[in-house]
Design a protein around this ligand. Sequence first.
Ligand code: NAP
Ligand code: GDD
Length: 325
Amino acid sequence: MGKIKKALITGITGQDGSYLSEFLLKKNYQVYGLVRRVALEDESHRLWRIKHILKKIKLNSASLESYASIVKIIQKIKPDEIYHLGAQSYVAYSFEDEFSTLNTNINGTHYILSAIKDFSPKSKFYFAGSSEMFGKVQKNKQDEKTRFYPRSAYGISKVAGFELTRNYREAYKIFACTGILFNHESPRRGFEFVTRKISSSVAKIKLGKQKTLQLGNIYAKRDWGHAKDYVEAMWLMLQQKKPEDFVIGTGKMHSVKDFAKLAFSIVGLNYKKYIRFNKNLLRPSEVDTLKANYNKAKKNLKWKPKTNFTQLVKEMVKEDLNFFK
Ligand code: NAP
Ligand code: GDD
């Protein structure tokens, strides 16, 4: 039997962190998580996505804002693989607080890369890049060569993280790569994101617990996949011979309106009766459309999405009906 691999995940309490932990445990990894101290003090609320695997993983408290706390963990564990998923990930909030979004997302990434260089240079590094980097898209379908045009502090922070990752790979020969992931959702998605806002509202409206659903720009279009499928792509990137960046998505695009229409129809309701426009939910600068060209991942990683749009919406609505019953 080979040596047991150690993986360190930042953002382990989030949607992707929870699916990635399950995935790596199945592959017999020892999984470590970097979490904020407050999370350990409030397990029932903040660790809900990983409560079923808490006994199998090891959590360490640290802050993405503190280089010293990150160094301590990386020096102690010397992980084979580091998945850096921790971030202020809500685009709308990044307009309200640009400073902390840039601080956590850019410095956090820089601290980890710098700690790897000085204390664990053999650790392979995955950076959670985003299709938000493409922002005002410069091509109909976006691939690894498409020019970035971010439209929010969040998008800018991810471009900075991408460039830091590239530069550490080139300057210090760290095995570091970025996954440029398009929107991915699941029943574990945070309630502030539009898909979960819709699926949870549909469930509550069906159960008589809510009357209407307020939305902003329902004409925005996204390339939506399932988070469970996408964490496999993260792992595959770190198993390649050479560190490279990959676009991960489905290549299919739907509007927020399409999502709402389908979600309401699943419970036998007409969305037109329930959705209300709220101009306060519009963003100062919007990303209108996003669609992935994931040919490179298909060819080199042999990866493709397993869940289609209809299956995703159905799963989210069904789970929320159970959740709110
Ligand atoms: P998520 O559910 O919002 O999880 C974010 C994680 O980051 C949480 O574990 C959160 O911890 C942690 N975090 C936030 N601020 C932190 C801080 N200051 N110090 C330490 N940890 C902090 O996000 P996700 O959907 O799983 O996404 C994972 C990563 O992929 C993020 O970097 C996101 O930007 C990126 N991404 C996501 C998508 C998508 O569609 N889901 C697409 C492209 C890229 P707490 O639980 O303590 O808040
Ligand atoms: N959240 C939200 N709430 N979005 C709304 C609403 C609403 O009430 N009404 C319309 N929208 C529109 C937004 O304007 C946006 O165009 C779209 O729905 C999707 O919004 P979110 O679900 O908040 O996701 P996002 O695309 O901004 O960002 C997500 O995907 C990125 C990858 O492209 C996040 O997961 C990011 O972390 C990720 O990088």
